[in-house]
Design a protein around this ligand. Structure first.
Ligand SMILES: Cc1cc2nc3c(=O)[nH]c(=O)nc-3n(C[C@H](O)[C@H](O)[C@H](O)COP(=O)(O)OP(=O)(O)OC[C@H]3O[C@@H](n4cnc5c(N)ncnc54)[C@H](O)[C@@H]3O)c2cc1C
Length: 319
């Protein structure tokens, strides 16, 4: 039995660790063009000085319980995926697509390297202005703003929400209290141009090209191709949900348990979460908001980072 996971990010690795807990003898192949897994949710921690940027990158070669194929998937053909390294196919009994979202825009704070460069620019600026003018912006800008203000109280830090999806407005309004207390200004107007200030245009996240032609079942996350599933940011966007990590983790754990059960008993049964059972999008969004906003953001993320290393990466390394 072989399971192919496309994308070793938050959704892909959480799926792998949960699935191997219940089905330890299955061969799990992770296809990802990068040599490292990047724990992007932790990037604000590096801005806050709680971890180093390099702490957020983990070589796939250390994850001995999975087989890493270093390649980018270009298309899905039934139970096989085609990669960009010549006419190469990787096939499995199940295929779980978790390629994240496609990022549109220039401020590369969604990668460890890109965010390290942004941090250097922040250090040399007296003010940092985040400008949000996207329907579905790449998450994390609010946490980064908060982290910068916490570490460099002398800098002016502001978020300018010119345009945003209503679901994000909801997150922002709950986070506003933390922001205002810490001195981050939130406005609905674009900032005026002033010399010596850094403007960060928050990029948008869109559906990944390999997921473009796929339909996703909102309960099982199966696509129109049998035994091919789509989870993570692109899946959430297709289901009309905000592309954020908590949603990706929820999908990964739901699918991992159901597939592991199918492998061992022949029955696929999804866990009965409120949203899945009732199809109640509003309740699900409330739950997501709660997960996103409880606790002081950066301290809360440090706990998640420690948990990720101890409960996801260490078991996948065979420790
Ligand atoms: C700075 C920052 C802070 C954030 N903070 C939070 C937070 O506090 N809470 C929260 O809920 N969310 C947060 N998010 C959002 C969260 O990180 C994403 O929602 C989450 O990473 C999505 O997981 P994913 O697996 O779908 O995508 P990713 O984690 O982006 O992983 C996608 C993986 O797929 C690989 N890939 C891409 N294309 C291909 C291909 N063609 N073939 C094979 N592999 C491919 C990539 O290399 C990558 O490893 C934050 C995001 C950022 C950038």
């Amino acid at each position: 039995m072989r399971v192919v996971v496309v994308g070793g990010g938050v959704a892909g690795l959480y799926f792998a660790s949960e699935f191997l807990k219940f089905a330890p003898h299955v061969t799990l192949v992770v296809v990802d063009p990068k040599p490292i897994h990047e724990f992007v949710i932790g990037i604000p921690l590096a801005f806050a000085g709680l971890v180093d940027f390099e702490d957020l990158a983990f070589p796939f070669s250390d994850l001995r319980r999975v087989v890493h194929v270093k390649a980018a998937v270009v298309s899905v053909e039934g139970g096989c995926v085609r990669t960009n390294t010549g006419p190469v196919q990787v096939c499995g009994d199940y295929v779980v697509l978790a390629p994240g979202g496609y990022k549109v825009g220039s401020a590369e704070y969604w990668s460890v390297e890109g965010s390290r460069r942004l941090f250097q620019a922040v250090e040399g600026s007296r003010a940092v202005r985040f400008v949000v003018n996207e329907f579905t912006p790449v998450a994390g800008f609010a946490e980064i703003a908060y982290a910068i203000k916490t570490r460099f109280p002398e800098k002016d830090v502001s978020i300018h929400v010119v345009f945003i999806h209503d679901d994000y407005k909801m997150f922002m309004s709950i986070q506003r209290e933390h922001m205002v207390k810490s001195g981050v200004e939130i406005s609905e107007e674009p900032p005026p141009y002033r010399e010596g200030e850094l403007r960060v245009s928050v990029p948008a996240v869109r559906i990944h090209p390999i997921a473009a032609g796929l339909d996703v079942d909102p309960v099982t996350f199966e696509t129109q191709h049998e035994r091919v599933y789509l989870i993570g940011d692109s899946s959430l966007l297709k289901l009309g949900l905000p592309p954020i990590g908590w949603g990706a983790l929820w999908q990964a754990s739901t699918l991992a348990r159901a597939l592991a059960q199918e492998v061992s008993t022949g029955v696929f049964e999804v866990e009965a979460t409120d949203w899945v059972v009732a199809g109640d999008r509003e309740r699900f969004l409330k739950w997501l908001t709660y997960r996103m906003t409880t606790g002081t953001p950066v301290v809360h993320l440090k706990g998640l980072f420690d948990l990720w290393r101890a409960s996801v990466l260490r078991p996948l390394s065979g420790e």
